[in-house]
Design a protein around this ligand. Structure first.
Ligand code: UTP
Length: 291
């Protein structure tokens, strides 16, 4: 079955980036000149997704406005013949059909995903975490996962290795290599706290493709780490009962939900930016001499 639907959970509180996220959703923080969520919606569209559900909550109206028309601004840019700028804002509403639903209570990522049940309507769907931006790679990361779903017919996790120190803040997955960057996943744990709990240094980072059966599992998933309903706990049940596939996607992932990730994304994406890349490279080289 062709996967054309995606869910972007963007209802988290963004406490790791306060005070910036007191009013501004972290998904709207800019990486050079585009809000993070635009990179994510563009990745979904480039992966063949036609319908996106963004899960929001209070104060996230900026996201809806960003993917809407801006008649006054567009009119002024048209009048002034600023086609270069106009083209950057004009067709954002055409990237995909974007739908919105509010997660009234912030009870965790698993709870947020459960809100997508009627949107998904019994089809397999992609999940792109609203604070994980992935750029570059052989194909868009979501497309790599969708292709693996087509080949292996099971839910797919987007994974990357993380350091031993970092794994406690992430999930850890038990994987066996199938071929190349494709693995079979039979178990996982969210935020392992002891060395014994660490299943591998591979972690689920920001992308997955799920079968609709996940909603029945989420309906009985109890709060786990951080006392939140964790998507990882529901996917663990799926991995144990049905099996899952994991793909080490080829793009570079930036966690814009933390301060360091925001800086990394700004610098690395900035270095490839056609307008400021060269200037930024020179600046960084000179500045590095003063460190
Ligand atoms: P995170 O745990 O990284 O987001 O969730 P957070 O809760 O905003 O993080 P803190 O406050 O800095 O620790 C991963 C993804 O799940 C979404 C977030 O928006 C993010 O995209 N999320 C998380 C929800 O949509 N709802 C929730 O209840 C929790």
């Amino acid at each position: 079955m062709k996967i054309t639907k995606a869910v972007i959970p963007a209802a988290g509180l963004g406490t790791r980036v306060l005070p910036a996220t007191k009013v501004m959703p972290k998904e709207m923080l800019p990486i050079v000149d585009k809000p993070a969520i635009q990179y994510i919606v563009e990745e979904a569209a480039a992966s063949g997704i036609t319908d996106i559900l963004i899960i929001t909550n209070r104060g996230k109206g900026f996201i809806e406005d960003h993917f809407d028309k801006a008649p006054v601004l567009e009119g002024i840019l048209e009048r002034d013949k600023r086609d270069d700028l106009l083209s950057t804002i004009k067709d954002l509403d055409k990237l995909a059909n974007i739908h919105y639903i509010r997660q009234i209570d912030t009870l965790g990522l698993g709870h947020a995903i459960s809100k997508a049940k009627s949107f998904v309507c019994g089809e397999p769907f992609a999940v792109l975490y609203g604070d994980d931006v992935v750029v570059g790679g052989d194909k868009p990361a979501t497309k790599e996962l969708i292709d693996a779903y087509g080949t292996y017919g099971k839910g797919v996790l987007g994974i990357k290795p993380v350091t031993k120190e970092a794994i406690r803040n992430y999930s850890s997955v038990k994987v066996d290599n199938i071929e190349g960057n494709i693995y079979k996943c039979t178990d996982m744990i969210e935020k392992p706290q002891t060395d014994e709990e660490v299943l591998s240094l591979y972690s689920i980072l920001g992308r997955c493709v799920l079968p609709p059966e996940i909603f029945d599992i989420l309906a009985h998933t109890k709060p786990g780490a951080k006392n939140e309903i964790q998507l990882t706990d529901a996917m663990r049940e799926l991995a144990i009962t049905e099996g899952m596939t994991a793909v080490e996607y080829t793009g570079t992932r930036y966690d814009i939900g933390n301060k360091f990730g925001i800086m990394q994304a700004a610098i690395e994406i900035g270095l490839n930016h056609p307008e400021i890349g060269t200037t930024l490279r020179e600046y960084l080289k000179n500045f590095a001499k003063t460190l």
